[in-house]
Design a protein around this ligand. Sequence first.
Ligand code: S3P
Length: 170
Amino acid sequence: MNKNIVLIGLSGCGKSTVGAALSRRLKMLFVDMDTYIARKEGKTVREIFEENGEAYFRTAETEAAKNLSEIGGKVIATGGGVVLNAENIEHLKKNGIIVFLDRTPDEILQKLNLSIRPLLAENKEKLYEMDAVRRPLYEQSADLSVRGASSVAETAEKLEKAIRPFLEQN
Ligand code: S3P
């Protein structure tokens, strides 16, 4: 697989855990975009939001989308807000297949650890607002959509099956 497989979807939908599992199944590298940004900045995403503000984070996110798109062959888990800037998706599409990992806010809230999600920590209702704003963007950005299953392993298997036709072409 020469292209990247880029997972998009709401905060807490499982992009990082499922992405890591998928990368092991496909024997591809795994990169979590938030971890990549945090390493570059030398602080956690939460600290970036608190100390530098969201606009600063969004600029770093676009830089990361550009850099990570230069070379294919990776599974990339993005942050939930990556679709807010069309430039991010343009970069990621150049060398990648965009996959929407679709889970509803209700499904996410049953499991989510809110303490590590700065935009959601104070207000769970935000997830419903985010879903309303972002779902159309996820849908229009994605080459394919996969509904989250009940376990990480099952979702990774579903994703692999959905991606297989693309793997054969690329
Ligand atoms: C964000 C989601 C986070 C992280 C940042 C902003 C968002 O990633 O990128 O806190 O705008 O939804 P996750 O989707 O992994 O929570």
